[in-house]
Ligand binder design. Structure first.
Ligand SMILES: [Zn+2]
Length: 94
């Protein structure tokens, strides 16, 4: 499946969220795939979050997470970064 990854170069490398995302790369699992979206699970030490990728949306709106950070700020969170990095590094096959 073709997944449009977020341009991670745009994110500050020393950004706290980015660094947290890197630490979660190994915790990403593919949940399920349908014709309209892909569901991922990111299970950290203290929390478990559901990241969704919508095939019909465009740009960064394609990515959504159920965590508080994303819900309140509507910004790319560490879980979305973790999924993007896992796919980019071929740790996770989609
Ligand atoms: Zn999140």
């Amino acid at each position: 499946m073709q997944i449009d990854l977020i341009s991670l170069d745009d994110l500050e490398k020393d950004n706290k969220i980015y660094i947290k995302g890197i630490s979660l790369v190994g915790s990403v699992k593919l949940d399920y795939v349908t014709g309209k979206h892909v569901s991922f699970i990111v299970e950290g030490e203290e929390s478990k979050h559901n990241v969704m990728y919508f095939l019909e949306k465009t740009g960064e709106k394609r990515w959504q997470c159920d965590c508080k950070w994303y819900t309140l700020q509507s910004k790319t969170c560490s879980h979305i970064i973790a999924v993007n990095l896992a796919i980019k590094k071929s740790i996770l096959k989609v």
